[in-house]
Design a protein around this ligand. Structure first.
Ligand code: NAD
Length: 436
């Protein structure tokens, strides 16, 4: 099939590359000239495990092309994916300006029937709006389908190639059969393609993200209570996760969720509820708790250093909002860096993938270390914000030599309490007793 993908970010580039891998002819379109130039020069602009190999293979075989020109990009395409940003607007709702602009641009340049697919996360009713914007100037038949994306950054390629399920919202039989054909190679193990109407598909994506954000947040509340009640949240996690009704995943307590999806999607769903005059109380609590959770170690840090961080250096391990990505959108690391700097501390940071993105955002507010150990040199304490695997079994002898004092504030419960006791650390984590 001939496909176009408009918007070549995390979702668009993975979508385009993976559909090229299943034998389709794909053109990716983006307005960012520098990004398209990089892609045309064989450079993948994001870090996503497994993506480079597929990218190079499909580019070399001529199945994956890049352009800034929408008309050229969609020429002859049977399916046109919209993988455009939907950032929060001022009132918290998803801002549809990117999607509706492209929809308006598409109308006059569609030359034959095409299925236009909303891959972005968009509120209920967006497919109808996209349809109306295209129809304003279109001279040919087309269908608009909602096909929300559930991939996780860090394992995006695997998620895309072997999705738990594919959700497709459309009432058009013609569009259904096109989408069925396109996705068939990805669901050969029998995972379902679930068809429904457009509005339900749009809501499914928000329900999934809001549910997961709630699960994390619930566990963070349990962790906060554990600290007061003298219980250990790791044991609670094992105790409840083995119940198949609850499940083992998304039960790890920590300093809150971040990223480009959960915060904005929870907020957008809350706004949708408000638009329909529904008081979605659980969502409001989730947002409040998560906001506070991100910097929940700060009072302990301040308390440990007698209320003042002036003259202190804090090393921060981990900047990305989660491991295996360079994405720092809404990353708790940024809130903690801000709080540490405001309290007078000097901050030295290390992350295996996200340093360039942080440098572009906050420049010389912090010092960038070349290795995780270089960050510790002369530091008064270490703070762990992202649970990259390389932080899990560090060389403690090396750490002991570099750190001025053996103090760790661990926002991701990376170490066992027993290990910290053995190593002689003062250790604060989430939902567990402090090792003093
Ligand atoms: P992104 O910001 O990484 O990429 C969006 C791309 O669209 C950018 O490259 C931008 O230059 C381009 N763009 C903007 N306007 C354009 C235009 N007029 N024409 C062509 N290109 C244009 O965003 P993303 O993370 O890929 O997310 C895209 C959508 O997918 C969002 O709605 C997001 O909520 C949703 N989503 C994201 C993820 C994720 O993990 N990142 C997962 C599932 C769903």
């Amino acid at each position: 099939m001939k496909l176009a993908v408009v918007g070549t970010g995390y979702v668009g580039l993975v979508t385009g590359t993976c559909f090229a891998e299943t034998g389709n002819q794909v053109t990716c379109v983006d307005i960012d000239e520098r990004k398209v130039e990089k892609l045309n020069n064989g450079i993948v602009p994001i870090y996503e495990p497994g993506l480079e190999t597929l990218f190079h293979r499909n580019v070399e075989e001529g199945r994956l092309l890049f352009t800034t020109n929408l008309e050229e990009g969609i020429k002859g395409a049977e399916v046109i994916f919209l993988a455009l940003p939907t950032p929060p607007g001022e009132d918290g709702s998803a801002d549809l300006k990117y999607i509706l602009k492209v929809a308006s641009d598409l109308g006059p340049i569609l030359k034959q029937y095409a299925v236009i697919v909303d891959k972005s996360t968009v509120p209920v009713g967006t497919a109808e709006k996209v349809h109306a914007h295209i129809a304003d100037n279109a001279t040919v038949d087309f269908d608009v389908v909602s096909n929300p994306e559930f991939l996780r950054e860090g394992v995006a390629v695997e998620d895309f190639m072997k999705p738990d399920r594919v959700v497709i919202g459309t009432k058009s039989e013609r569009a259904k059969s096109v989408m069925n054909k396109l996705y068939a190679p990805l669901v050969r193990q029998g995972n379902p393609i679930i068809f429904m109407d457009e509005r339900s598909a749009e809501m499914t994506k928000y329900a999934a993200n809001a549910f997961l954000a709630t699960k994390i947040t619930f566990m963070n509340e349990i962790a906060n209570l554990c600290e007061r009640a003298g219980a250990n949240v790791d044991d609670i996690r094992r105790g409840i996760g083995t119940d198949s009704r609850i499940g083992k995943r998304f039960l790890f307590a920590g300093i809150g969720y971040g990223g480009s999806c959960f915060p904005k999607d929870v907020q957008a769903l809350a706004k949708t509820a408000q638009d329909f005059s529904y008081d979605f109380r659980v969502l409001k609590a989730v947002m409040d708790v998560n906001d506070a959770q991100k910097t929940k170690l700060m009072p302990q840090i301040l308390n440990h250093f007698g209320g003042d961080l002036k003259g202190k250096t804090i090393a921060v391990w981990g900047l990305a909002f989660k491991p295996y990505t360079d994405d720092i959108r809404e990353a708790p690391a940024l809130d903690n860096i801000r709080a540490l700097v405001e309290a007078g501390a000097k901050v030295t940071v290390y992350d295996p993938e996200a340093m360039d993105n942080v440098r572009n955002m906050i420049g010389n507010t912090v010092t960038y270390a070349h290795t995780q150990y270089a960050a510790l040199d002369d530091a008064d304490a270490l703070m762990i914000v992202t649970e990259w695997p390389l932080f899990r079994t560090p060389d403690f002898d090396k750490m002991n030599l570099l750190l001025k004092s053996k103090v760790i504030f661990d926002g991701r419960n990376v170490y066992e309490l027993e290990t910290m006791r053995e190593q002689g650390y003062t250790y604060y984590s989430v939902g567990r007793e402090a090792v003093l």
